[in-house]
Design a protein around this ligand. Structure first.
Ligand code: NAD
Length: 334
């Protein structure tokens, strides 16, 4: 199949080309993101392949459909950037890669926890400057601390398993209970109880209307003072302005994020020579107890390999008329 592959970096091209050698699809790589302005590039392509920051909204889908596209292949799990109802109305099938890096993301969350706690990001710079003072580097033992996990699917469960190994207590909130979490000794509680009792809160639920700004001023009121907040899920789970106020007051003791609400303006690009216009993001970077990474939690060799393999398996299913387990459809309201 002829596939227009958007938002491609050197590493995407390598892993996708390697995985495509047995299937020999005709891949055309485009560096720009897919949006209303760039949709024209996909004219005549029956399939487009996109990632987290491509804007697959209704006008873009209409432009794609009018020029022959029938399949949108996501190289990611989250699909909050796709208008599924518009896709269904236009007869466009949407498929995704539901799990490609649950260990990578959970391990990255642990990396943020350890770095923030023991101030490794600060110690790295100090030692390079010949400053061996320990002032300001005091940490705490993870052993016996309580970790609150919001969303206990694939990634949340793995994080629970790892933190259990550190000797932490696990409390969790999810709309569905995961028996594997309970078998581990994790306890499901309502959100206010999780907020009140957790030393570390880590977010692993999807971004949907119910979870938008899950961490807002009201939630911050309920949290244990000095909490460590970790978000490797989606930026808009957090009201960043409210979190900045929480950091300024000391209510939030540590913030580790791999995602940011307005990240599509920033992440995955080298802006080191540019003046960053996002004052909220810039304020976040001034706190010594904030650690930000640029949506790299998924970024392991295993993940890129899995993404490429699943992407081509999805295309093959649709091309050969088989039902595809990774197809996503708009929710039908009752
Ligand atoms: P998953 O579908 O396996 O688990 C998500 C869990 O969230 C499910 O158990 C679900 O029941 C729960 N959930 C749904 N609605 C909820 C609500 N209102 N409140 C609490 N929990 C709710 O997904 P996963 O593979 O564990 O991924 C979790 C998130 O991680 C994804 O949604 C994605 O946004 C993010 N992610 C980030 C990266 C990265 O590189 N930073 C990579 C992959 C995934």
């Amino acid at each position: 199949m002829k596939v227009a592959v958007f938002s491609t970096k050197v590493y995407d091209r390598k892993f996708l080309s390697d995985a495509n050698s047995p299937t020999q699809h005709e891949l055309v790589f485009f560096e720009p993101r897919l949006n209303r302005d760039t949709a024209i590039l996909a004219a005549g392509f029956p399939a487009v392949c996109v990632f987290v920051h491509d804007q697959v909204d209704a006008p873009t889908l209409e432009l794609l459909a009018s020029r022959g596209t029938r399949l949108v292949v996501l190289r990611c799990a989250g699909f909050n950037n796709v208008d599924l109802q518009a896709a269904a109305d236009l007869g466009i099938t949407v498929v995704r890669v539901p799990a490609y890096s649950p260990y990578g993301v959970a391990e990255h969350a642990v990396g943020l926890i350890l770095s923030l706690n023991r101030k490794i990001h600060r110690a790295y710079n100090r030692v390079r400057e010949g400053n061996f003072s320990l002032d300001g580097l005091l940490g705490f033992n993870l052993h016996e601390r309580t970790v609150g996990i919001v969303g206990t699917g694939k990634i949340g469960l793995i994080l629970a398993q790892i933190m259990k190994g550190f000797g932490c207590h696990i409390v969790a909130y999810d709309v569905y209970r995961n028996p594997e979490l309970e078998a581990l000794g994790g306890k499901y509680v309502e959100l206010p109880e999780l907020f009140a009792n957790s030393d570390i809160i880590s977010l692993h639920c999807p971004l949907i209307p119910e979870t938008h700004h899950l961490i807002n001023a009201e939630a911050i009121e309920q949290i244990k003072p000095g909490v460590m907040l970790i978000n490797t899920s989606r930026g808009a789970l957090i009201d960043t302005q409210a979190v900045i106020e929480g950091l300024k007051s000391g209510k939030i003791g540590y913030l580790g994020v791999d995602v940011y609400e307005q990240e599509s303006e920033l992440f995955f690009e080298d802006l080191s020579g540019a003046i960053i216009q996002d004052d909220i993001f810039q304020r976040l970077t001034t706190f010594p107890n904030v650690l930000i990474t640029g949506h790299q939690a998924f970024f392991t060799a295993e993940a890129l390999h899995n993404i490429a393999e699943t992407t081509f398996a999805n295309i093959a299913d649709v091309e050969q008329g088989r039902s595809c387990a990774n197809e996503i459809r708009a929710q039908v309201s009752a």
